[in-house]
Ligand binder design. Structure first.
Ligand code: NDP
Ligand code: MG
Length: 404
């Protein structure tokens, strides 16, 4: 693709969104011509940052999800020719505006309606919002194939796989690497007392709160395993999870002839974001540090401790069952993470809640239902949230009993 690229960023005020804007700024400053033009930026709650971004990048549209903040954003941008709207429906609407690529970077299943709207409208997407793929992989793939639009994986591991993916039929297995998170070397006993502050301190990546907790529990790797199954149409037993604490080798694809192709780079999301925004080109320089293998001298790999971190095995179980099971797993995890962050449950309760919700869901009437449209997916989300809420009540009453 030559000339200016028009892009939209949904979730521009988040960790991925701000990294993407850093890529855009760098490319536009480095090049004598404009490389990227921004059509739309959206935020959730953070009106101040969204306003600042809009003043700097001059998009055509800005949407704030929180309707109470519409006036604040509108007033602050009234001297610029920017359309301002608010609410989740407005985000779905702007996702349909034609662009060269739309970066889906809202966190959680809340990003699904707009990701789906973008693909339905024929927009090619850079997909960071992994929960969209986990909850609606078959639906997104079908619509993308119908509309002939690309879904370019932006999660670093999947972007790595995508970069080294040759002919799908020659693939023997995928090696999905995991940093192991902040508690890689902690004992199961130590995990009982983990606080949100400690869990949020990731050793390699600076990320949003939800994915930071997911990295600590290893549910991030479980979600990524499901994401990889859907993105590359592979069964879970062809995906091997390997712990690689330095996060330099971002994932690899092994072929039938014994070759293993891996993608490497320093752990900085701006590389996969730049790749996903410009694919199939690779022309724009990024401001990331360059990899120095001699300085690094060593890369380590180890097996995942599935007893300590049951998240990946639970995710394997969910994707083997398919249908609504990955949605139930994802939504139980979202609910449990939110509860952990607000002190309503402990760190180890997260995997207990996900396991129990999955079990109850699989024994319930909704486990056989197909998830061929958004409505069906949202119904499973509601059921998983109900089951999660009931378990959180149990945790609360146990806590009260213990303190009484
Ligand atoms: P953040 O929490 O940092 O940012 C999330 C973004 O979504 C913010 O712009 C936030 O707005 C917005 N948002 C939150 N809730 C809503 C909602 N209900 N409606 C509309 N907008 C909403 O998350 P990250 O950037 O870390 O992650 C984004 C996605 O990318 C996730 O799916 C994550 O798994 C994935 N990802 C992230 C990586 C990373 O390094 N951070 C790496 C790989 C994948 P506001 O802040 O204004 O409230
Ligand atoms: Mg990742």
């Amino acid at each position: 693709m030559n000339g200016v690229r028009t892009i939209s960023i949904l979730g521009s005020t988040g960790s991925i969104g701000t990294s993407a804007l850093s890529v855009v700024e760098h490319a536009n400053v480095q090049s004598p011509d404009t490389v990227f033009e921004i059509d739309t930026l959206t935020g959730g709650q953070n009106a101040e940052l969204l306003i600042k971004q809009a003043r700097q990048f001059k998009p055509k549209c800005v949407v704030i999800a929180d309707p109470d903040k519409r006036e604040q954003v509108q007033d602050a941008l009234s001297d610029l020719n920017i359309e301002v709207s608010a609410g989740t429906d407005a985000i779905e609407e702007v996702a349909r505006r034609p662009v060269d690529r739309l970066l889906a970077a809202i966190v959680g299943i809340s990003g699904l309606p707009s990701t789906l709207a973008a693909v339905e409208a024929g927009n090619s997407i850079a997909l960071a919002n992994k929960e969209s793929m986990v909850c609606a992989g078959p639906l997104l793939n079908r619509i993308a194939a119908d509309r002939e639009v690309a879904i370019v994986p932006t999660d670093s591991e999947h972007n790595a796989m995508f970069q080294v993916m040759e002919r799908r039929e020659d693939v023997e297995r995928i090696i999905l690497t995991a940093s192991g998170g902040p508690f890689r070397t902690a004992s199961r006993e130590e995990l009982k007392t983990v606080t949100p502050r400690r869990a949020l301190a990731h050793p390699r990546w600076d990320m949003g709160q939800k994915i930071s907790i997911d990295s600590a529990t290893l549910f991030n790797k479980g979600l990524e395993l499901i994401e990889a199954c859907y993105l590359f149409d592979l069964p879970e037993d062809q995906i091997e999870v390997v712990v690689h604490p330095q996060s330099i080798l971002h994932s690899a694809v092994a072929y039938r002839d014994g070759s293993v192709l891996a993608q490497m780079g320093v752990p900085d999301m701006r590389t996969p974001i730049a790749h996903a925004l410009t694919w199939p080109d690779r022309r724009e320089p990024t401001p990331v540090d360059r990899l120095d293998l001699v300085a690094l001298s060593q890369l380590d790999f180890e097996a995942l401790d599935a007893k300590k971190f049951p998240a990946v095995d639970l995710s394997r179980q969910a994707i083997r069952v398919g249908k609504g099971a990955p949605i139930a797993l994802n939504c139980a995890n979202e609910g449990a993470v939110a509860a952990f962050l607000t002190g309503q449950c402990g760190f180890l309760d997260i995997s207990w809640i996900v396991e129990t919700v999955l079990e109850r869901f699989l024994n319930g009437p909704m486990s056989c239902e197909d998830c061929e449209n958004l409505e069906a997916i949202l119904a499973i989300q509601a059921e998983a949230e109900r089951l999660t809420g009931a378990l959180l009540d149990e945790v609360k009453s146990q806590k009260q009993e213990r303190t009484a």
